[in-house]
Write a protein that binds this ligand. Structure first.
Ligand code: PMP
Length: 373
């Protein structure tokens, strides 16, 4: 097997931290052995810190971010119930599609790609429709936007009997998030972005209110594989433990180490490091005459940056040159931003001054080759 060494500065996966790769190669344990169950308990604890919650209900869903997404919808939405989905990129679109498959009554709220929703319009929609769920993406990696989630949104959802469900796949660990303080009810994420792990495990959180909803369902979730009653029972949420599926043992070791690294650095420092990388990137890109696709500063996602492709520039050539010459992955757009932007991920282990400097150099070189500098 040949695996080239590459610097992954696209929207993910990011490079894994060497400590995490080493943890993955530790000897296997049985998925129900006490030392492994202890590691799972430690993961749940580490996730409480990462999500900033005291909730008992944290675990890793075995699967990528999509498994977390499907677990959230399949467990918290019953057939015929209303869900408001904020759509400003492909992740909202996917959740709308997924919710239809679980027979929800989907109400989409649309914002132009590159824009976010105001808390006033979100609160008004929740008060009007009183949906079972309001779904939002904190870090829309297809367009590079950051959705604000504080400002009383959680309280407004609670007052309407609505659960607030949030996708943090591209943002968790890179930007502030306070599950309890903001009144969020369910969050899913991914291991391969700001947490610097390999893909394959989805951090997952439910509030007590979300758990009440799950308990009081009239129908069983239409998925056995992602039924949180059963997965929760494997993770010890209800006191005892029983086998649901074979936990991906090595991937959980990786997450245990990833969460240790988060705790060692501390969330405040981690958020500050990501912000500094974002600022450094834009200082460099502005000096090359490049502009952000997201016009409003406050709407910019610092972990996945979208850069407008200037008139007359072949974006794909810049991407190819970066890979060929620097072994560096930068990405093009996705969904509504396809062909219009480059996307630069500044996530986890990769969010360092040296890596950012290389990205800027690759842009300088790529633009120069096309006679644009
Ligand atoms: N949501 C967002 C915001 C993402 O960026 C991604 C991955 N690019 C996903 C969901 C899906 O995650 P995965 O590819 O790990 O299934």
């Amino acid at each position: 097997m040949e695996v080239p060494q590459r610097l992954l500065m696209g929207p993910g996966p990011s490079n894994a931290h060497p400590r995490i790769l080493a943890a993955q190669s530790l000897p296997l344990l049985g998925h129900m052995h006490p030392p492994f169950l202890k590691i799972m308990d430690e993961i749940s604890d580490g996730l409480r810190y990462l999500f900033q919650t005291d909730s008992k209900y944290t675990l890793m869903v075995s699967g990528t971010g999509h498994a977390g997404m499907e677990a959230a919808i399949a467990n918290l939405l019953e057939p015929g119930e209303k869900i408001i989905v904020g759509v400003n990129g492909i992740w909202g679109e996917r959740v709308a599609d997924l919710s239809e498959r679980y027979q929800g009554q989907v109400i989409t709220m649309n914002a132009q790609p590159g824009k976010t929703f105001s808390s006033a319009e979100l609160k008004a929609a929740v008060a009007q429709h009183k949906p079972a769920i309001l779904f939002l993406v904190q870090g829309e990696s297809s367009t590079g936007t950051h959705q604000a989630l504080g400002d009383g949104l959680g309280e407004a959802c609670k007052a309407a009997g609505t659960l607030l469900v949030v996708d943090t796949v591209a943002s968790l660990g890179g930007v502030p998030l306070f599950a309890d303080k903001w009144g969020i009810d369910c969050i899913y994420s991914g291991s391969q972005k700001c947490l610097s792990g390999p893909p394959g495990a989805a951090p997952f959180f439910m509030s007590e209110r979300a758990m009440d909803k799950l308990r009081s369902r009239k129908t069983k979730p239409a998925t056995y594989n992602l039924d949180m009653n059963l997965i929760g029972d494997y993770w010890g949420w209800f006191g005892s433990r029983s086998y649901h599926h074979t936990g991906p043992v090595s991937t959980f070791y990786a997450m245990r180490e990833a969460l240790q690294i988060v705790a060692d650095e501390g969330l405040d420092k981690m958020w500050a490091r990501h912000l500094a990388a974002h600022q450094q990137l834009w200082e460099g890109l502005h000096s090359l005459g490049l502009q952000s696709y997201v016009e409003n500063d406050a709407d910019r996602l610092i972990t996945v940056n979208t850069i407008k492709v200037p008139e007359g520039v072949d974006w794909a050539k810049v991407v190819k040159n970066a890979m060929d010459k620097y072994n560096l992955e930068i990405a093009g757009g996705l969904g509504p931003s396809a062909g219009k932007v480059w996307r630069i991920g500044l996530m986890g282990y990769n969010a360092t001054p040296t890596n950012v400097a290389l990205v800027i150099e690759a842009f300088r070189d790529g633009l120069k080759q096309q006679g644009k500098l």
